[in-house]
Design a protein around this ligand. Structure first.
Ligand SMILES: NC(=O)c1ccc[n+]([C@@H]2O[C@H](COP(=O)([O-])OP(=O)(O)OC[C@H]3O[C@@H](n4cnc5c(N)ncnc54)[C@H](OP(=O)(O)O)[C@@H]3O)[C@@H](O)[C@H]2O)c1
Length: 257
Protein backbone atom coordinates (compact mmCIF):
# COMPACT_ATOMS: atom_id res chain seq x y z
CA UNK A 1 0.00 0.00 0.00
CA UNK A 2 1.35 3.48 -0.87
CA UNK A 3 1.65 5.55 2.24
CA UNK A 4 0.24 9.04 2.96
CA UNK A 5 2.81 11.82 3.36
CA UNK A 6 3.91 12.42 6.98
CA UNK A 7 3.52 15.87 8.57
CA UNK A 8 5.46 17.57 11.39
CA UNK A 9 2.69 16.73 13.89
CA UNK A 10 2.11 13.24 12.53
CA UNK A 11 5.52 11.92 11.42
CA UNK A 12 4.18 8.35 11.24
CA UNK A 13 1.16 9.19 9.05
CA UNK A 14 0.47 6.42 6.55
CA UNK A 15 2.56 3.90 8.46
CA UNK A 16 1.48 0.69 10.19
CA UNK A 17 2.84 -0.56 13.51
CA UNK A 18 2.32 -3.83 15.35
CA UNK A 19 2.55 -3.75 19.15
CA UNK A 20 2.47 -6.90 21.26
CA UNK A 21 0.94 -6.77 24.74
CA UNK A 22 -1.16 -3.74 23.79
CA UNK A 23 -4.20 -4.32 26.00
CA UNK A 24 -2.78 -2.53 29.04
CA UNK A 25 0.34 -1.08 30.65
CA UNK A 26 3.31 0.01 28.56
CA UNK A 27 2.07 -1.66 25.35
CA UNK A 28 -1.27 0.18 25.44
CA UNK A 29 0.53 3.50 25.98
CA UNK A 30 2.91 2.71 23.08
CA UNK A 31 0.09 1.80 20.71
CA UNK A 32 -1.82 5.00 21.54
CA UNK A 33 1.30 7.17 21.19
CA UNK A 34 2.15 5.66 17.78
CA UNK A 35 -1.46 6.32 16.68
CA UNK A 36 -1.22 9.91 17.97
CA UNK A 37 1.84 10.29 15.74
CA UNK A 38 -0.17 9.06 12.76
CA UNK A 39 0.25 5.27 12.55
CA UNK A 40 -2.43 2.62 12.21
CA UNK A 41 -1.75 -0.08 14.79
CA UNK A 42 -2.13 -3.85 15.16
CA UNK A 43 -2.71 -4.90 18.79
CA UNK A 44 -1.53 -8.41 19.69
CA UNK A 45 -2.16 -10.12 23.07
CA UNK A 46 -3.95 -13.19 24.44
CA UNK A 47 -7.13 -11.33 25.38
CA UNK A 48 -9.05 -8.38 24.02
CA UNK A 49 -7.76 -4.82 23.74
CA UNK A 50 -11.05 -2.92 23.58
CA UNK A 51 -9.87 0.15 25.52
CA UNK A 52 -6.72 0.59 23.42
CA UNK A 53 -8.68 -0.03 20.23
CA UNK A 54 -11.29 2.60 21.19
CA UNK A 55 -8.59 5.20 21.96
CA UNK A 56 -6.86 4.59 18.63
CA UNK A 57 -10.10 4.79 16.68
CA UNK A 58 -10.91 7.98 18.60
CA UNK A 59 -7.72 9.42 17.08
CA UNK A 60 -9.14 8.54 13.62
CA UNK A 61 -6.54 5.80 13.12
CA UNK A 62 -7.25 2.15 12.36
CA UNK A 63 -6.67 -0.61 14.94
CA UNK A 64 -6.63 -4.33 14.21
CA UNK A 65 -6.79 -6.73 17.16
CA UNK A 66 -5.17 -10.19 17.05
CA UNK A 67 -5.27 -12.70 19.90
CA UNK A 68 -2.03 -14.67 20.15
CA UNK A 69 0.28 -16.08 22.81
CA UNK A 70 3.87 -14.85 22.41
CA UNK A 71 5.03 -18.11 24.00
CA UNK A 72 3.95 -19.81 20.77
CA UNK A 73 6.35 -18.73 18.01
CA UNK A 74 4.14 -19.80 15.13
CA UNK A 75 1.23 -17.83 16.58
CA UNK A 76 3.48 -14.81 17.19
CA UNK A 77 4.72 -14.79 13.59
CA UNK A 78 1.23 -15.32 12.18
CA UNK A 79 -0.05 -12.39 14.25
CA UNK A 80 2.54 -10.06 12.66
CA UNK A 81 1.64 -11.30 9.17
CA UNK A 82 -2.06 -10.84 9.93
CA UNK A 83 -1.53 -7.20 10.92
CA UNK A 84 0.44 -6.56 7.72
CA UNK A 85 -2.35 -8.12 5.65
CA UNK A 86 -5.24 -6.46 7.52
CA UNK A 87 -3.74 -2.95 7.58
CA UNK A 88 -1.98 -3.15 4.21
CA UNK A 89 1.69 -2.69 5.09
CA UNK A 90 4.14 -2.88 8.00
CA UNK A 91 6.71 -0.28 9.09
CA UNK A 92 7.19 -0.66 12.87
CA UNK A 93 7.18 -3.64 15.25
CA UNK A 94 7.25 -3.19 19.02
CA UNK A 95 7.91 -6.47 20.86
CA UNK A 96 6.57 -5.47 24.27
CA UNK A 97 4.57 -8.42 25.67
CA UNK A 98 6.25 -9.84 28.74
CA UNK A 99 5.66 -11.68 31.99
CA UNK A 100 7.46 -12.55 35.18
CA UNK A 101 7.33 -15.31 37.78
CA UNK A 102 8.60 -14.14 41.17
CA UNK A 103 10.20 -16.43 43.73
CA UNK A 104 13.53 -17.72 45.04
CA UNK A 105 15.67 -19.46 42.41
CA UNK A 106 15.97 -22.51 44.71
CA UNK A 107 12.22 -23.06 44.35
CA UNK A 108 11.51 -21.91 40.80
CA UNK A 109 9.81 -24.55 38.66
CA UNK A 110 11.74 -25.36 35.48
CA UNK A 111 8.49 -25.00 33.53
CA UNK A 112 8.12 -21.43 34.80
CA UNK A 113 11.72 -20.67 33.81
CA UNK A 114 11.13 -22.05 30.31
CA UNK A 115 7.81 -20.25 29.90
CA UNK A 116 9.42 -16.91 30.84
CA UNK A 117 12.18 -17.41 28.27
CA UNK A 118 9.63 -18.50 25.64
CA UNK A 119 7.43 -15.41 26.09
CA UNK A 120 10.04 -12.74 26.90
CA UNK A 121 12.90 -13.79 24.62
CA UNK A 122 11.97 -16.38 21.99
CA UNK A 123 8.68 -14.58 21.35
CA UNK A 124 10.56 -11.31 20.84
CA UNK A 125 12.75 -13.02 18.25
CA UNK A 126 9.73 -14.53 16.47
CA UNK A 127 8.01 -11.13 16.23
CA UNK A 128 11.24 -9.47 15.05
CA UNK A 129 11.95 -12.12 12.42
CA UNK A 130 8.39 -12.01 11.05
CA UNK A 131 8.46 -8.20 10.89
CA UNK A 132 11.90 -8.13 9.27
CA UNK A 133 10.79 -10.63 6.64
CA UNK A 134 7.88 -8.34 5.74
CA UNK A 135 10.16 -5.26 5.75
CA UNK A 136 12.52 -7.02 3.34
CA UNK A 137 9.61 -8.15 1.13
CA UNK A 138 8.22 -4.57 1.09
CA UNK A 139 11.71 -3.19 0.27
CA UNK A 140 11.09 -0.07 2.37
CA UNK A 141 13.04 -0.85 5.55
CA UNK A 142 11.48 -0.77 8.99
CA UNK A 143 11.99 -0.19 12.70
CA UNK A 144 11.87 -2.70 15.53
CA UNK A 145 11.78 -1.74 19.21
CA UNK A 146 12.17 -4.35 21.94
CA UNK A 147 11.16 -3.78 25.55
CA UNK A 148 14.11 -4.79 27.70
CA UNK A 149 14.45 -3.82 31.39
CA UNK A 150 16.93 -2.50 33.92
CA UNK A 151 17.17 -6.25 34.65
CA UNK A 152 18.87 -6.57 31.26
CA UNK A 153 21.84 -5.14 33.22
CA UNK A 154 21.21 -6.28 36.81
CA UNK A 155 20.27 -9.57 38.42
CA UNK A 156 17.32 -8.36 40.50
CA UNK A 157 15.83 -10.20 43.48
CA UNK A 158 13.72 -13.37 43.08
CA UNK A 159 13.33 -12.92 39.30
CA UNK A 160 16.14 -15.04 37.84
CA UNK A 161 14.16 -16.22 34.78
CA UNK A 162 13.02 -12.67 34.04
CA UNK A 163 16.55 -11.26 34.39
CA UNK A 164 17.92 -14.02 32.14
CA UNK A 165 15.25 -13.32 29.51
CA UNK A 166 15.81 -9.55 29.58
CA UNK A 167 19.60 -9.91 29.41
CA UNK A 168 18.92 -11.98 26.31
CA UNK A 169 16.65 -9.29 24.86
CA UNK A 170 19.45 -6.69 25.11
CA UNK A 171 21.88 -9.00 23.31
CA UNK A 172 19.24 -9.93 20.72
CA UNK A 173 18.70 -6.21 20.04
CA UNK A 174 22.41 -5.74 19.29
CA UNK A 175 22.73 -8.93 17.24
CA UNK A 176 19.71 -8.16 15.04
CA UNK A 177 20.75 -4.51 14.65
CA UNK A 178 24.14 -5.62 13.31
CA UNK A 179 22.63 -8.03 10.82
CA UNK A 180 19.72 -5.95 9.65
CA UNK A 181 21.10 -2.38 9.50
CA UNK A 182 22.35 -3.04 5.93
CA UNK A 183 18.76 -3.98 5.03
CA UNK A 184 17.44 -0.59 6.20
CA UNK A 185 16.03 -2.06 9.41
CA UNK A 186 16.77 -0.32 12.71
CA UNK A 187 16.58 -2.47 15.84
CA UNK A 188 16.69 -0.83 19.27
CA UNK A 189 15.33 -1.41 22.76
CA UNK A 190 13.94 0.59 25.66
CA UNK A 191 14.92 -0.63 29.13
CA UNK A 192 12.30 0.67 31.58
CA UNK A 193 13.00 1.07 35.26
CA UNK A 194 10.15 0.59 37.73
CA UNK A 195 6.78 1.48 36.18
CA UNK A 196 3.64 1.85 38.30
CA UNK A 197 1.32 -0.61 36.55
CA UNK A 198 -0.19 -4.10 36.89
CA UNK A 199 3.09 -5.99 36.37
CA UNK A 200 4.67 -4.36 39.41
CA UNK A 201 1.58 -4.42 41.66
CA UNK A 202 3.05 -7.16 43.91
CA UNK A 203 6.12 -4.95 44.51
CA UNK A 204 4.02 -1.88 45.25
CA UNK A 205 1.77 -3.92 47.54
CA UNK A 206 4.82 -4.94 49.61
CA UNK A 207 5.37 -1.85 51.82
CA UNK A 208 9.07 -2.56 52.46
CA UNK A 209 9.94 -3.28 48.80
CA UNK A 210 7.96 -0.22 47.69
CA UNK A 211 9.84 2.08 50.07
CA UNK A 212 13.23 0.50 49.27
CA UNK A 213 12.77 0.70 45.49
CA UNK A 214 11.40 4.25 45.54
CA UNK A 215 14.25 5.43 47.76
CA UNK A 216 16.81 3.99 45.32
CA UNK A 217 15.40 5.81 42.26
CA UNK A 218 17.30 9.11 41.87
CA UNK A 219 14.16 10.69 40.39
CA UNK A 220 12.33 9.69 43.60
CA UNK A 221 9.32 8.11 41.89
CA UNK A 222 8.14 5.29 39.62
CA UNK A 223 7.55 5.83 35.90
CA UNK A 224 4.20 6.23 34.14
CA UNK A 225 3.50 3.98 31.13
CA UNK A 226 3.43 7.08 28.91
CA UNK A 227 7.01 8.00 29.85
CA UNK A 228 8.22 4.65 28.48
CA UNK A 229 5.99 4.98 25.41
CA UNK A 230 7.54 8.36 24.53
CA UNK A 231 10.99 6.76 24.29
CA UNK A 232 9.69 3.85 22.20
CA UNK A 233 7.96 6.26 19.82
CA UNK A 234 11.16 8.29 19.44
CA UNK A 235 13.20 5.18 18.59
CA UNK A 236 10.53 4.28 16.00
CA UNK A 237 10.49 7.79 14.51
CA UNK A 238 12.55 9.43 11.74
CA UNK A 239 14.34 11.49 14.44
CA UNK A 240 16.23 8.33 15.45
CA UNK A 241 17.26 7.51 11.86
CA UNK A 242 20.92 6.85 12.79
CA UNK A 243 20.24 4.98 16.05
CA UNK A 244 20.92 1.24 15.73
CA UNK A 245 21.43 -1.45 18.35
CA UNK A 246 20.91 0.87 21.32
CA UNK A 247 19.34 -0.19 24.61
CA UNK A 248 17.92 3.03 26.05
CA UNK A 249 17.37 3.05 29.81
CA UNK A 250 14.30 5.06 30.85
CA UNK A 251 14.68 4.51 34.57
CA UNK A 252 14.68 7.77 36.55
CA UNK A 253 18.45 7.33 36.93
CA UNK A 254 18.29 3.82 38.50
CA UNK A 255 21.24 2.43 36.52
CA UNK A 256 23.33 5.56 36.97
CA UNK A 257 23.32 5.12 40.71
N1 LIG B 1 6.19 -2.61 34.59
C1 LIG B 1 7.50 -2.43 34.75
O1 LIG B 1 7.96 -1.87 35.76
C2 LIG B 1 8.46 -2.91 33.71
C3 LIG B 1 9.82 -2.66 33.88
C4 LIG B 1 10.71 -3.08 32.93
C5 LIG B 1 10.27 -3.76 31.81
N2 LIG B 1 8.95 -4.02 31.66
C6 LIG B 1 8.54 -4.75 30.47
O2 LIG B 1 7.58 -4.00 29.76
C7 LIG B 1 6.77 -4.90 28.99
C8 LIG B 1 5.30 -4.60 29.24
O3 LIG B 1 5.04 -4.82 30.61
P1 LIG B 1 3.89 -4.07 31.41
O4 LIG B 1 4.52 -3.53 32.61
O5 LIG B 1 3.11 -3.18 30.54
O6 LIG B 1 3.02 -5.38 31.83
P2 LIG B 1 1.47 -5.64 31.97
O7 LIG B 1 0.80 -4.41 32.49
O8 LIG B 1 1.36 -6.90 32.75
O9 LIG B 1 0.99 -5.88 30.46
C9 LIG B 1 1.45 -7.00 29.75
C10 LIG B 1 0.83 -7.03 28.37
O10 LIG B 1 1.38 -8.14 27.66
C11 LIG B 1 0.34 -9.06 27.32
N3 LIG B 1 0.88 -10.40 27.49
C12 LIG B 1 1.34 -10.98 28.61
N4 LIG B 1 1.73 -12.24 28.36
C13 LIG B 1 1.52 -12.44 27.04
C14 LIG B 1 1.70 -13.54 26.18
N5 LIG B 1 2.18 -14.72 26.61
N6 LIG B 1 1.36 -13.43 24.87
C15 LIG B 1 0.84 -12.26 24.41
N7 LIG B 1 0.66 -11.18 25.17
C16 LIG B 1 0.98 -11.28 26.48
C17 LIG B 1 -0.82 -8.74 28.25
O11 LIG B 1 -2.09 -9.04 27.67
P3 LIG B 1 -2.79 -10.50 27.85
O12 LIG B 1 -2.75 -10.81 29.30
O13 LIG B 1 -4.18 -10.32 27.29
O14 LIG B 1 -1.99 -11.44 27.01
C18 LIG B 1 -0.67 -7.22 28.38
O15 LIG B 1 -1.23 -6.59 27.25
C19 LIG B 1 7.18 -6.32 29.42
O16 LIG B 1 8.08 -6.85 28.48
C20 LIG B 1 7.87 -6.08 30.74
O17 LIG B 1 8.80 -7.08 31.05
C21 LIG B 1 8.02 -3.61 32.58
Amino acid sequence: MTKAAPTADEPLLGEVAVVTGASRGIGAAVAIELARLGADVGLVQRGDAEDTQAEIEGLSRRAHVVRADMGDCDAAMKAVYEVDEALGRLDIAVANAGMTVRGPALELRIDDFKRTIDVNLTGVFAVSQAAARRFVAGDSGGRIVHIASVLSFQGGINVCAYAASKGGVAQLTRALANEWAPLGIRVNAVAPGYVANELTKPLRDDPQRYVDITARVPAGRWAANEEIAAAVAWLASPGAAYVHGHVLAVDGGWLAR
